[in-house]
Ligand binder design. Sequence first.
Ligand code: SF4
Ligand SMILES: [Zn+2]
Length: 151
Amino acid sequence: MTEEKRAWDDRQETEEKSAGGRRITEEKRAADIEKKRRREKETVGSMIEIYCHGVHRTKRGTLCDACRKLRDYADLRTEKCPFMETKTFCSACKVHCYSKEMQNEIRRVMRYAGPRMLFVHPALALRHVKVTLENKRKASRETEGLSKEQI
Ligand code: SF4
Ligand SMILES: [Zn+2]
């Protein structure tokens, strides 16, 4: 085997390894996003169930027609969400892809089910509180900045 041929083979091997590494990273990233998407659907679904059971008096684990419609709608939004990789909660999103009506519905659900989630999914409930507080602080800083400019 000539020197040139050996060098060419080495180069090929290095390129293949690095392409393989990139592929694995991309696959992992896609898998992580899908996992997050699945968890998001489960969480929102659980919150809608808590709400439906408590407010609409349905049997635990079942949904009335209106809540099923809301859950399907939320699932679809989650399916199409372009921020899944970095998103925390929809309430922290500046885009708000929900229709006005559905946004009001889901807010009602979150307000009711949020505190009750502490008993069902404590870690998630605490994370929700942290993100909500951070966003409130951020919003209040922005408002503060605006009013100072206006003075
Ligand atoms: S409100 Fe924002 S974060 Fe939530 S699903 Fe729509 S785009 Fe994604
Ligand atoms: Zn219901």
